[in-house]
Design a protein around this ligand. Structure first.
Ligand SMILES: *[C@@H]1O[C@H](CO)[C@@H](O)[C@H](O)[C@H]1NC(C)=O
Ligand SMILES: *[C@@H]1O[C@H](CO)[C@@H](O)[C@H](O)[C@H]1NC(C)=O
Ligand SMILES: *[C@@H]1O[C@H](CO)[C@@H](O)[C@H](O)[C@H]1NC(C)=O
Ligand SMILES: *[C@@H]1O[C@H](CO)[C@@H](O)[C@H](O)[C@H]1NC(C)=O
Ligand SMILES: *[C@@H]1O[C@H](CO)[C@@H](O)[C@H](O)[C@H]1NC(C)=O
Ligand SMILES: *[C@@H]1O[C@H](CO)[C@@H](O)[C@H](O)[C@H]1NC(C)=O
Ligand SMILES: *[C@@H]1O[C@H](CO)[C@@H](O)[C@H](O)[C@H]1NC(C)=O
Length: 880
């Protein structure tokens, strides 16, 4: 992080912060972390458009039995019209008469909600626990995500506001949202992962307006942890009657070269007023400031103003194209730079500006080649991707931009250049981060179509909602240069049938009517000759490429010959599993093995060996996946399951709380696997990593294999100074292994070589007893905005300061100053201490605490860690 730009930005932020804090909370947040920024699909506040943070000050109550007799079925006919902007056929008509729920006490202004929980959004009602919630499976994470949740807030409107059009924008609420304003049902949106907008105007009044939102989560609604509640940002948008409509700009760059880029821009304008208007639409393009995302410098291109007339109640679009000379291209890190532009659109009536709207975009070309793979701006880029579910570990599903940014930074350090949003639309800020940090995104929407995976999943409403969900998703996300593919389905049960192929074609055609980027789906059983494979633009193979489980039989050749003109990638690969810092003996001699008792698994401890050779019954070690990729060089790359561990899906130990799939554990601590990927994905980075740890008092004289991950091609291991042999990496091998080393206390040292020259070294020592706590923070300067976080790690170390690898000391965090301990974690999937607990046992020597500065905080926050028998440790953070 560049300190100079930080200081500059801070000075600027201080000037505007008091003025804009309520209007631009995210922008205010940005000053310490240089993001999050405004969603590109929304303009900054100005005289013409206001976007107000509605996150603070809600009241909430959860009910485990239905408190109001409402259900999606009773509300459905009033909810469906909320989809009207996103369906091409007959629109839904709002029924006449009094809507259901208007008489429920919770929607009324005079209901006394003072006994309800007071909170700020984003909020996940389930994450605080406790675990083992009745009816919630291990797959769903054992947290109490089910039930009905009501949220209430009063929103004050001025008299002038009543001349405006007033929208409620909800970036994500889990699930089956229904919204009332002043006792009137406005509308809603069932799919918990999509963003949606409701028009509050007809129900708004001067003064206090009572907003009430009902959510409803069934048990058995998901295969993973869905979270619960209004878990993303919520905004109040006030515009003049003539305004750019929701997701109303669409930028494409059909021709890109180093000399020139063609930029097409379509602008859709709504006139919600009661008179027709003659309007001018003009747009200038500026470079985006790398730190703030705001337009900077002179316009680099200008769309000539267009005058159009727009009837009352109508939508009109303007569509034009300009050239940018010597464009600064957007491309993935590390070989390219993620440059961004901003199109600033102004709508005026006469000489009065009625709306200004900013659209951030990037100029890049992407080619999807059946033999060469992906080319970005002409450069071949191997897809080194990871998949992840949406939760942020111990923070749950409640979106936090800094927490997401930290994940992407850790993945970027490993060499990840692509992200799959498995299996649902991400938070808008996730794509902002990907744009800014230079990650490519495989943006995915559905895990099921018509056939269920769990009893209460999306299949129940697929018929009514697939079109509006898909269209709104594409329109929301299509200006992001990071998005390189649209995923319409994951491991769809009907993927091989004619019916599944027909549904796939229907979805593909909807996408094609909204955008030009390729459509893909993740196939775990369909073949290259299936109807669905014929429908897709990119063939996505889940596990079939490397061969599922112990099979070496690859589906790549079959797909390549059946679909010779289509690019193939592994939409999901590996499903290797492990527990950080846990090593189980004996170690398989194979390059990949299915986990089980005696094969990398420990069902007593519910842990999996971190020799990184073990996988699920359908999965493979990274080594085996790499072999498949190197055998079939037309494959464009992979999306590993998964980057981080996540809540739920604790295969193979269903009794646990969280997954074993992550390359990084749920606390954000790196497993050994991190270095195996880094050795391949950042082949130019000199790196060597020894495993396991070397503190085994109970294993003296026993065979304790030593493996090394390195970007070198040769390695020599020394055990207490004595060579255990120098080895070359053979074809289709990706690690160095000395499988017959007998443990003795002391030191392991490895020297690796590349092309005959010394390349990198690593050392692992036998450590002594726990003597101290070592406390560090990822950032000690955080914004006092109620959102920004510091991730604080405590390591249990010996007298020399080396981490004690099996330490499980109980650590208690405490805090003084204007901040809170939000949660703790240690990456142990079998730890059922609730996430908000300030006390937690270290696991494999480490424990994490996540600290948030209060809104308006300025000054020092001191975080201390204490553990019986060890001296306290503390660290000072600065908020403001
Ligand atoms: C813009 O106009 C061109 C030419 O009429 C048309 O082909 C294209 O589809 C339009 N694009 C949008 C996004 O409306
Ligand atoms: C338009 O609506 C405004 C506000 O409701 C009203 O004052 C005005 O008379 C209306 N104008 C027409 C032409 O209907
Ligand atoms: C806008 O136009 C009106 C009518 O032509 C004129 O009276 C007014 O001064 C103009 N305002 C500005 C700011 O140019
Ligand atoms: C798969 O290939 C690996 C080497 O790449 C080999 O060790 C293993 O025996 C093979 N498995 C089967 C089932 O053929
Ligand atoms: C499995 O875990 C239990 C409990 O932690 C431990 O006692 C045992 O030694 C472990 N077994 C293996 C094979 O690592
Ligand atoms: C850890 O310490 C806290 C605070 O003393 C205590 O409440 C908790 O029970 C301890 N946990 C364990 C697992 O010993
Ligand atoms: C260490 O921290 C604990 C918990 O905050 C506190 O009770 C204790 O007084 C501290 N000890 C010292 C020596 O500061």
């Amino acid at each position: 992080m560049a300190n100079t730009s930080l200081i500059r930005y801070r000075a600027y932020a201080l000037l505007i912060v008091s003025l804009l804090l309520s209007v631009l909370p995210q922008y205010a947040t940005a000053r310490a972390v240089r993001e999050p920024r405004e969603d590109a699909s929304n303009a900054l506040a100005s005289a013409t458009r206001e976007r107000i943070d509605l996150n603070p000050d809600w009241r909430f109550s959860r009910f485990t039995t239905n408190p109001d007799s409402l259900s999606y079925n009773t509300l459905k006919n009033w909810i469906l019209p909320s989809a009207n902007n996103f369906i091409s056929g007959t629109k839904h008509e709002r029924p006449s008469g009094t809507p259901p729920g208007n008489d429920v006490q919770y929607v009324k202004a005079d209901f006394d909600d003072s006994a309800w929980e007071a909170l700020n959004l984003p909020h996940d009602w389930a994450v605080k626990g406790p675990f083992n919630a009745p009816g919630i499976s291990g797959g769903m994470g054992r947290l109490p995500s089910n039930g009905v949740g009501w949220y209430r807030k009063k929103v004050t409107l001025a008299k002038e506001d009543l001349e405006k059009t007033i929208y409620l924008d909800i970036d994500g609420a889990m699930s089956y949202s229904a919204v009332w304003l002043n006792g009137n049902l406005v509308g809603g949106w069932p799919y918990g992962y999509n963003s949606f907008r409701l028009d509050l105007t007809p129900y708004a009044k001067e003064g206090a307006n009572q907003l009430a939102i009902r959510l409803d989560n069934a048990v058995d609604s998901s295969r993973w942890y869905p979270g619960a509640g209004i878990y993303r940002n919520v905004w109040l948008v006030k515009v003049n009657p003539v305004h750019v409509r929701q997701y109303g700009t669409y930028v494409t760059t059909p021709k890109v070269s180093a000399q020139s880029a063609t930029v097409n821009l379509a602008v859709e304008v709504d006139n919600t007023g009661n008179a027709s208007q003659q309007i001018n639409v003009a747009t200038e393009i500026h470079l985006a400031d790398a730190a703030t995302g705001r337009p900077t410098g002179q316009a680099v291109a200008t769309f000539p103003a267009k005058s159009i007339s727009i009837a009352k109640g109508a939508t009109q679009s303007v569509n034009d194209s300009v050239a940018i000379n010597n464009p600064q291209l957007w491309g993935p890190a590390p070989t390219q730079k993620p440059n961004l532009y901003v199109a600033v659109t102004t709508i005026s009536i006469g000489n009065i500006t009625v709306d200004t709207y900013e659209t951030r975009f990037g100029v890049r070309s992407v080619t999807y080649d059946a033999n060469k793979g992906l080319l970005v701006n002409g450069e071949p880029v191997y897809v080194q991707g990871t998949c992840n579910h949406h939760d942020l570990g111990s923070l749950g599903a409640a979106f936090n931009t800094r927490a997401a940014e930290r994940q992407l930074q850790i993945l970027g350090e490993m060499g990840t250049n692509a992200l799959r949003t498995s299996h649902n639309p991400p938070a808008p800020e996730f794509l902002e981060l990907a744009d800014r940090l230079g990650f490519m995104v495989y943006d995915e929407i559905f895990d099921v179509w018509n056939t269920q995976k769990t009893k209460n999943d999306f299949h129940l409403i697929f018929a009514d909602w697939h079109e509006p969900d898909l269209r709104s998703f594409i329109r929301r996300d299509r200006n992001h240069p990071s998005v390189i593919a649209w995923g319409i389905g994951n491991e769809i049960p009907e993927q091989s049938s004619a019916a599944g192929g027909a549904t796939g074609k229907q979805l593909r055609d909807i996408v094609r009517s909204e955008d030009t980027r390729p459509v893909t789906a993740a196939l775990n059983s369909a073949s290259g000759t299936s109807v669905l494979a014929g429908v897709l633009d990119i063939e996505g193979l889940n596990y079939q490429g490397e061969g599922q489980g112990t099979s070496n039989s690859s589906a790549f050749p079959g797909f390549h010959s059946a679909q010779p003109n289509k690019m193939i990638w592994s939409s999901e690969s590996s499903s290797a599993i492990s527990t950080r810092g846990t090593y189980i003996f004996p170690v398989t001699s194979s390059n990949s093995a299915t986990v089980g008792t005696g094969s990398g698994g420990n069902s007593t401890a519910s842990q999996v060996s971190a020799y990184e050779l073990y996988a699920t019954s359908w999965g493979s070690s990274p080594d085996k996946v790499f072999t498949g990729q190197d055998r079939y060089d037309y494959v464009a790359g992979e999306f590993v399951w998964t980057g981080f561990d996540y809540i739920g899906e604790p295969t193979p130990y269903d009794s646990s709380r969280s997954s074993y799939f992550g390359i990084v554990d749920m606390a954000g601590f790196k497993k050994d696997r991190f270095y195996l990927y880094q050795s391949r994905w950042r082949a130019d980075l000199p790196m060597a990593h020894i495993l396991p740890h070397w503190t085994w008092p109970d294993r003296v004289g026993q065979v304790t294999p030593v493996h090394v991950f390195s970007s070198g091609d040769e390695a020599e291991l020394f055990v207490n100074g004595k060579s255990a042999g120098r080895k070359k990496k053979a074809e289709y091998t990706y690690r160095f292994r000395w499988d017959d080393v007998k443990y003795e206390a002391g030191e392991l040292h490895v020297v690796t070589y590349k092309a005959g020259k010394e390349w990198a070294t690593d050392t692992k020592k036998t450590v002594g007893a726990a003597a101290n706590l070592k406390i560090t923070a990822d950032r000690t300067d955080i914004a006092g905005d109620g959102y920004d976080l510091s991730f604080i790690t405590v390591a249990v170390v010996d007298a020399n300061g080396d981490v004690v690898p099996q330490a499980g000391n109980n650590v208690t965090f405490s805090i003084t100053g204007p901040g809170k301990i939000v949660s703790t974690d240690n990456g142990n999937p079998a730890d059922f201490t609730v996430f908000p607990s300030p006390s937690r046992k270290a696991f494999s020597g480490l424990v994490l605490s996540i600290v948030r500065a209060d809104a308006g905080a300025s000054g020092d926050i001191v975080v201390s860690a204490a553990s019986p028998g060890l001296p306290n440790a503390s660290i000072t953070l600065h908020a403001g």
